[in-house]
Design a protein around this ligand. Structure first.
Ligand SMILES: [Zn+2]
Length: 412
């Protein structure tokens, strides 16, 4: 197979899908159940059919294209990703996983004919949670854990109810009494890294062995707001100074732990936020991620101690609210091994790594043996019109996906 040809085909498919929802800022906005979203799914359906795949939608609008297996017809290997984007996102996040699935199936069929197991590519309806306050609608319905009650009362920014948007797009709730399909023997999702590790290390492919767990907190510090001129330093209960000590110590502790632990304070609010008043209260958020639950728990305990200690010595009160606690998700060791073996044998320049971002794969992994492949993101930029991976790097990704699907669907 000609490498230039794969490069040309994948670049074409990415640009083609990127036309659906192309916005005035040069990005792509394709929110769940909108006109752009419907047009993209219909175009993908048509493309899959032109590639000789049998297509179908499930009730909520996930789209599947299937290449029938010759021997193990009750066993299916699935690939794909999500078709929705964030507001003014890039052409690659999600989309690349779908079109490289379509292309991989096309090339595998051309080269090797019918697989032994069914091969399917899925275009998941939704992952980002950018139109409605609900993420992973596509994959959660796929594995049967999305609940009707969770979306009955939610609406988008314009006040359109979720249910109405779904019905207007021609879809409906999943029949919750129906069991999860039991033919799926493996899921491989290819995605852009959305970070800068592969680029910095000069690697073409990331073989993902786990997706990080996350804990998120809001920490509220209460001191005493007071006159900046008449309150001597020793008599202050300054919430902002206490918060800044905490942020510094938590960050130092995170650095001490080392990779893959990351801790981020992304937001801080101060009251009354006036130049000549000592801050009476300060609120900051904290996002902590790691691939092992024990480490997450240990770090969380230590940061709680840091906050309490500094609150005590600063004469302020600290309230810690943990509002997100998601466990790390390991990928399936056998599928990871199969991908690594293929990647190595085909001489691709790869790195074993974890994913620091959430993906459909984390929803599917507890039910189906799952693994992920990453391609580099230029400067780590994603969720942005500037998101970019060169056509040559995308083609290496397609190659890695093809090799992996071949190993899973064409071998005894
Ligand atoms: Zn994504």
């Amino acid at each position: 197979m000609n490498v230039n040809d794969v490069t040309r085909q994948i670049a074409h498919l990415v640009d083609w899908l990127g036309e659906f929802g192309k916005d005035s800022e040069g990005g792509v906005t394709r929110l769940l159940y909108t006109k752009e979203w419907i047009e993209a799914q219909k175009a993908l359906e048509k493309q899959m059919q032109e590639d000789g795949l049998t297509t179908r939608y499930d009730e909520i609008g996930n789209l599947y294209g299937r290449l029938e297996g010759s021997r193990y017809q009750d066993e299916t290997i699935l690939t794909g990703s999500h078709v929705d984007t964030v507001k003014s996102g890039g052409k690659l996040d999600g989309a690349f996983g779908i079109v490289s699935g379509v292309l991989a199936l096309r090339l595998l069929k051309e080269q090797y004919g019918q697989p032994l197991r069914n091969l399917e590519v899925v275009s998941f309806a939704e992952e980002e949670g950018s139109r409605f306050p609900y993420a992973f609608w596509g994959s959660k319905n796929f594995v049967g854990i999305a609940k009707k009650e969770e979306v009955l009362d939610i609406e988008d920014f314009d006040g359109v109810p979720f249910v109405q948007a779904m019905r207007d797009a021609g879809f409906n709730f999943r029949d919750e009494s129906k069991p999860f399909r039991n033919d799926i023997k493996g899921f491989v999702e290819i995605h852009i890294e959305q970070g800068n590790v592969l680029e910095n290390e000069g690697k073409d492919i990331g073989v993902v062995h786990s997706i990080v767990g996350q804990r998120r907190f809001t920490i509220e510090i209460t001191g005493v707001a007071n006159h900046a001129g008449t309150t001597p330093m020793g008599y202050r209960k300054d919430a902002l100074v206490a918060a800044s000590h905490m942020i510094q110590d938590i960050t130092n502790k995170a650095i001490e732990y080392g990779d893959p632990l990351v801790a981020t304070v992304g937001k801080i609010e101060v009251q009354p936020s006036i130049v000549n008043v000592v801050a009476g209260s300060a609120l900051f958020t904290l996002d902590v991620r790691h691939t092992e639950k024990e480490v997450l728990v240990k770090f969380t305990t230590e940061l709680t101690n840091i906050i309490k200690r500094i609150a005590g010595t600063s004469g302020v009160e600290a309230a810690i609210d943990m509002w997100m606690d998601e466990d790390p998700i390991p990928m399936d060791p056998q599928i990871v091994e199969a991908i690594e073996k293929q990647t190595k044998e085909n001489g691709l320049n790869y790195k074993m790594m974890h994913s620091g971002a959430g993906h459909d794969s984390q929803i599917i992994a507890p039910v189906v043996p799952t693994a992920m492949i990453f391609v580099p993101s230029r400067e780590g930029i994603s969720h942005n019109p500037l998101e970019y991976t060169s056509p040559e790097q995308l083609a290496v990704g397609v190659q890695a996906l093809m090799n992996s699907l071949y190993a899973l669907a064409y071998s005894e």
